[in-house]
Structure formats: C-alpha cells, structure tokens
Ligand binder design. Structure first.
Ligand SMILES: Cc1cc2nc3c(=O)[nH]c(=O)nc-3n(C[C@H](O)[C@H](O)[C@H](O)COP(=O)(O)OP(=O)(O)OC[C@H]3O[C@@H](n4cnc5c(N)ncnc54)[C@H](O)[C@@H]3O)c2cc1C
Length: 258
C-alpha cells in the first residue's frame, strides 16, 4: 500500500498584518504550541487548509523573518503573501482575524546560502514576494561580506515603486554595506525624480534585461533566482549563456500547488 507522507503540523497564530503593497500583506505569526521554529534563511513553510468541499490542500510561503540567531519560542514567524484574485489561500489569509490560527509544516527547501561557497559575488534576483528569502538572508550576507569580502547585488523586479516590497530596508542595508548593491527594476512606473526611491541604481525594465550590465562571471558568481517562474527561466538561460555552471544557479519558482 502506498501511503502519502503527512508532515508534522503545528499551529501558527496571527499576531499582526500590514499591507506592504496594494495586494501584498506582511503577516506576523507566532507558534501557538510554544515551540521554536528554527529555519535557515531561504527556506519556506507550507500552510495546510481545505477547500470549501473539504479537500485538503497546501500552499508554500518563504520565511521573511530577518534571521540572525537560533529562533526561540514565541519569536515572530513572518511571511509576505501576494493576494491573487480567486486564490484559495488568499481568501484564507484575508479573512484570518488577529489571534486566528492556521496549520503549518516545515521549514523546507534548500534555497539557502551554502557555508562552503567560495564565490566573489552573489547575484540575488527576485520578483514580487520572491524577494523575501533575501530579506531573511541579510544577517548571513552581512557576515559573509565581513568574513570573506564577498559582494552581493540584489536585482529586484517590481511594476512600480509602491510594489517594491521592503525597499526601504534593502536601500538602508546597501547604504550601510558598501559590498551590497540594491538595483530595483521597475517594469512600468519609475520613482518620481528626487523622491526617496529615486537612486542611480534604479533601472527601467525587467530584471533579466540588466544581467548583462553586471557581467556575470562563471568562476566568480553564484546566482539565486526566486519568484515568477518565467523570470526564473529567463534568468537561468541568460546566466547559462554567460557560462555559469548550473550548480551555481540556485532557483526557487513560486508555482501554485493548486
Ligand atoms: C517554494 C515556494 C515558495 C513560495 N513563497 C511564496 C511567498 O513567499 N509569498 C507568496 O505570496 N507566494 C509564495 N508562493 C506561491 C504560493 O504558494 C501560492 O501559490 C500563492 O500564494 C497563490 O495561492 P492562492 O491559494 O491564493 O491562489 P490559487 O488558488 O493557488 O490560485 C488562484 C488563481 O491565481 C493564479 N495565481 C497563483 N499565484 C499567482 C501569482 N503569484 N500571480 C498571479 N496569479 C497567480 C492561479 O494560477 C489561479 O488562477 C510560493 C510557492 C512556492 C512553490
């Protein structure tokens, strides 16, 4: 008999919710069972629920918590959820009251910085909520930059400045760390000249258009690609074209498990 593997579930209680962009919510949970949720930045959780007809389903969400120490009980478990029209998980999260709980499992995934990396630069590429793993990684990047002088460039694709999730945090991190460059790529609307988001590193277009400008190096770079599957595929092909070996191109595609 084939048994499907049921992961261990734990309850997450919603503590707060704020909108990061018109259709993206930043949700803060704590584990309601009092246990810690330790994870490696870049990993994701799964949220388990049922459709209206009772059929079980699940959706994945990258952990956005800025992670700089082993997580203890009661610490914030943060995710950024993109609300999509007609989405089942969207309805679950939109209607969840503060204090309400969801069932989760994890953490899962290997979209993480590797302790043995010997590269000169990380090319971090994300669109939409695909930028959240990089937020979680900031303390590890800071440590790697200090320890071995590695640099990092974050190419973040958004349609408009109001959709640039955590943009202020990434800009502040770039200002504080000369080895970190933040390049927001706006496909539709650019920031107002002279506004807080206006910066010489802002680009107009899709992230994949600006890889050439960064002159990817097969021996010096390790790339991370996260978010929209078409973007991940386009960047993967472009980086292979620059000679990057496949193991040095790490990918996380945000596909719906519907
Ligand atoms: C490893 C992994 C990590 C992920 N991390 C995140 C994360 O951190 N944040 C996050 O928001 N999502 C993330 N996702 C995607 C997430 O799991 C859901 O697919 C997404 O939230 C939509 O779920 P839903 O139930 O609301 O919509 P569904 O019921 O699955 O879909 C409803 C409709 O919306 C369409 N749709 C689904 N997703 C999108 C989209 N992004 N844009 C436009 N249309 C869409 C579907 O094709 C369908 O027609 C991740 C996926 C994976 C595999």
């Amino acid at each position: 008999m084939v048994r499907s593997k049921v992961p261990a579930l734990f309850p997450l209680k919603l503590v707060s919710r704020r909108m990061l962009a018109p259709t993206v919510a930043h949700l803060v949970f704590t584990r309601a069972d009092g246990l810690p949720l330790d994870f490696i930045p870049g990993q994701f959780l799964q949220v388990h629920f049922t459709y209206a007809d009772g059929t079980p389903t699940r959706r994945s969400y990258s952990l956005a918590t800025i992670h700089d120490h082993a997580m203890g009980p009661g610490e914030a478990v943060e995710i950024a959820v993109s609300y999509v029209p007609g989405g089942a998980a969207t309805a679950l999260f939109e209607n969840l009251p503060i204090g309400g709980t969801v069932q989760a499992s994890g953490p899962f995934g290997r979209f993480c910085l590797q302790p043995g990396d010997d590269n000169r630069r990380y090319l971090l590429v994300g669109t939409g909520t695909g930028v959240t793993p990089y937020r979680a990684m900031l303390p590890l990047l800071e440590r790697a930059m200090a320890a071995r002088g590695v640099e990092a460039v974050l190419l973040f694709g958004a349609r408009s400045p109001e959709e640039l999730l955590y943009g202020d945090e990434f800009r502040a991190f770039a200002e504080a760390h000369p080895g970190f460059r933040f390049m927001p790529c706006f496909s539709r609307v650019l920031p107002e000249p002279g506004s807080a988001q206006d910066h010489p590193d802002v680009r107009h277009g899709y992230v994949q258009q600006f890889l050439d400008e960064l002159a990817p190096s097969p021996s010096g770079d390790i790339a991370y690609l996260c978010g929209n599957p078409d973007m991940v595929d386009a960047c993967f092909e472009a980086l292979k074209g620059h000679g990057l070996p496949v193991p040095r191109i790490r990918r996380e595609k945000y596909v719906s498990s519907k």
